[in-house]
Design a protein around this ligand. Sequence first.
Ligand SMILES: Cc1cc2nc3c(=O)[nH]c(=O)nc-3n(C[C@H](O)[C@H](O)[C@H](O)COP(=O)(O)OP(=O)(O)OC[C@H]3O[C@@H](n4cnc5c(N)ncnc54)[C@H](O)[C@@H]3O)c2cc1C
Ligand code: SF4
Ligand code: SF4
Length: 946
Amino acid sequence: MRAPTLILPDRSRAIAADLRAALGAGKVKDDFPTKTAYAVDASIYRMEPKAVVLAESEDDIAATVTYAVSRGIPLTPRAAGTNLTGSAVGSGIILDVSRMNRLLEVNRDERWARVQPGIVLAELNKQLARQGLLFGPDPSSGDMCKLGGMLANNSSGPHTLRYGSVKDNVHRLRVCLESGAWLEARSYGLGDPVLEGLLASTPSLRQLVTLTQSHADLIAAKRPTVSKNSCGYNLFGLADGLAQGQFDLPKLFVGSEGTLGVVSEATLRLVEKPKATLTALIHFRHLEDVGAAVPALLALEPSALEVMDANTLDLIGRAKHGIPADAAATLLAELDADSVDVDLREQAERMAAVCRPFRLAADLTLAFDPEQREQLWKARKALYPTLYRFDPRKKPINFVDDVVVPADRISELIRYLEEFFAGQQVPVAIFGHIGNGNAHIVPLLDVNDSNDFENMVQGYHEIHDAVLNRFGGSICGEHGDGRIRAEYVRKMFGDGLYNLFVQVKKSFDPSGVLNPGIKISEASFTEHIDYTRLSKSCATCAKCNAVCPVYDVFQSEDMSSRGWFEIVTSKDYSYLNSKRVVESCLNCKSCRTACPAGIDVSDLILKKRAEHPNRLAGWIFRWQAKGEPFGALLRLLGKTQPLWDRPLVRQILEWVSTPVMKRLAPTAKLPHDLLLPRLASRHLRDRHADLIPPAGAKPSGGVAYFHGCAANYFDDGVGDAVIAVLRKHGVDPALPPQRCSGTPVQTYGHQDLAREGARFNLASFASYDTVVTGCASCTLMLKDYPALFDEGEERRQAEGLAKKVVHIAEFVSRSSAHPAMAAAETGTTRVTYHSSCHLRAAGVTKEPRKILSALPGVQYAEMPDADRCAGGAGTFLVKDYDTSQKIFERKARAIDQVGADVVATSCPACMIQLKHGLKGKADVKHVAQLLQESYEAADGQKATPR
Ligand SMILES: Cc1cc2nc3c(=O)[nH]c(=O)nc-3n(C[C@H](O)[C@H](O)[C@H](O)COP(=O)(O)OP(=O)(O)OC[C@H]3O[C@@H](n4cnc5c(N)ncnc54)[C@H](O)[C@@H]3O)c2cc1C
Ligand code: SF4
Ligand code: SF4
């Protein structure tokens, strides 16, 4: 089936204009950043849309469908854009359902939930976990993929063995048909009067019944015999239902990839969350043994059984993941306990007994607690984007990525594939759900090289042929057909059944506008390949979107980390055509921490900002770098704060300062009700002048404290606490001269100024052995100084400093001193931890939590989303106050949920944001302050013996 002939308006911008008139301006976009960001998903393809609709309601969906059909414009539904097949990119309108992301209803007793299609799987399961429930299908992309995409692709994952695919877990869907009408797609009993009415009013449904019943034999003959299949339309499930007197409509729509209708709501079947889980890594020395071990392991009824072949282990780095050099394949097995009575350690023994007769490369690695288990899964879940690090030219290309063979023939398949790719001299990663016989095959190719391109085309045909004809398998287990496998659907099922699929498509989508080119299409899989992007470093996996606070708020790809990578690396990028997005990044670095391919999107953005540095900010930072009289002004402001920090004066200040603030950013303001930190009338350096080395002194060794700007200027007790804690650990820190570490300077595009400040700090701190920090951003910036300099002496000095930087939480955790501690308050204080983004990016995550958990009188409680940005981010709070507050809403909910008395953190900007947002509902303290309090409490107890 060909894509529809486009009846596009003369000017493509008219599409967006029409849609804006129908839906409202805020829901329709068609500028350069939007079209660039939406031109990609996680596949190898690129298609630039004409307009993007951000649907917020069923009315928006229906109006968009009706408009697209009336104009013959291709319409592509989209959720998170993580599919690997090109099914969420299109040349017409992209209908993004991400803003429809609520969990609408949960029925605990009957174990079902009603959800919208924009909810992220991980978010859904987090909410369900509170009631001990779980939605079973679990693609490895679960942190970022959304229900709309999972439903449309019939996704599944490692735990399919236990929970099945999406198609096995859906009760009901609400679908907008091509006519704009809404269909309740559930299982209807034949003869049900409601169904009779539906069949009378919806001809496509009647045709579907007739077609399925009259071709029942053909459908049965062509049914895939392997355990998983997402290729073609699921007429097999429909035929099964009809044979039992049921018209099971979800079976048709699940897996239809947006080609038959748009889903606005789903009722999902839920399961009880397992009470406990065991994860095991098993390293085999011989591939054949894997095949032999699988049936024995399956007998233990594992919930997951995953394989990674030898090449995959080489590519991800064996040493890094503790994988033995002689392992030919590694299995990841998981066993669930449904009740507290099940003894998982005994099960582990049984698993070990099953495996030991085989030639293992090492004993089994077993993990019971969630953190260790997560560690074992980490490499597997990030596998595909991690492969992007392998070679600057050769990228993992998904084109035979999802085959299924009988589970007992998986070793034979892997051997065949290894030989095939060795023949082509192409590196390949083979991994997947071995328990289901579902293998993911990802060769590394430079598709811009004609030899590699030919290898790809040859591999596409030969491997798919082998899977069908030699192994009797399926070309698609869970990823969907999309653009990549559409060409092969006919070969998989033969002309007869393929023609039925075409009839289904035509009866549900006579105008052909619903996701054309997907699933039912004769186009070659090589059409629309994005050759330019495939030479870049980003895997477009969207892992970064899952943690990007801006994406969290806007739910729009042009306002997301992945989108920004596309935008700033586009050949058509200019600061002018993309200023609104380039200035929206918080520089929180969450994307960098999450990216398995090692990309720092924020750094790319900072480089673009450096081409247009902000003049006002530059002026302020230059002035600050001089020390005085900037310091004197702040002291004066500190002394007079009680006068100017009053509601009425602040209102006037807001009004007066707004025109000046606009020069920082159009959205910038100093809101009158923003709870400002108290400015110190005597700065930290004034109060601890005895720690400042005399001018000209050349100290050698020892500990220096890089306090940064906030601890010096603010009267919040943080700097004093860090010094007091260090003293308790036997250290009198030096306070050498220092300038701003550079984070805010860089954020406003002043790379040169940041470098200048770095040179000053490098010289000032060069002679110390240890440089302690208290501020999260200073910690990261000092560790990142090498990136500011080219290869050479300065880079070496920066690398030297980076090695010496230690956050106060790390210092205390490593210290051999154990000062006495006591409860600072009577009764128990419930403390939670907000993990500042920059401290996470600096790799400091466990130490603060360990310290807090050990404080006497403290009940430590981990909050949900502890690792998510709070929206403060340096001066972002004033640069874009409204967005900053929207980002904070999620953090506020998390703190509320955990019911903390105190929120501990390590970043001055986070502290301002938390104090402002919580408005006294919980106290906000630096980790060092809590430590200091408990040391002081112990001192107090000694001073007043009973
Ligand atoms: C690193 C990585 C690992 C992955 N691992 C797995 C895995 O283990 N198992 C697996 O199955 N998949 C996996 N995938 C593929 C992908 O994540 C899944 O297919 C996922 O379910 C797609 O969801 P999405 O929200 O990104 O959908 P999108 O990519 O946005 O869309 C996918 C399809 O759904 C359609 N669609 C979206 N919303 C709607 C709607 N409301 N109505 C109708 N149609 C709609 C789109 O048109 C498109 O055809 C992986 C991908 C990556 C990048
Ligand atoms: S930047 Fe990294 S995490 Fe983000 S899409 Fe690209 S590869 Fe994935
Ligand atoms: S630094 Fe933060 S705001 Fe900027 S792209 Fe990365 S995650 Fe998003």
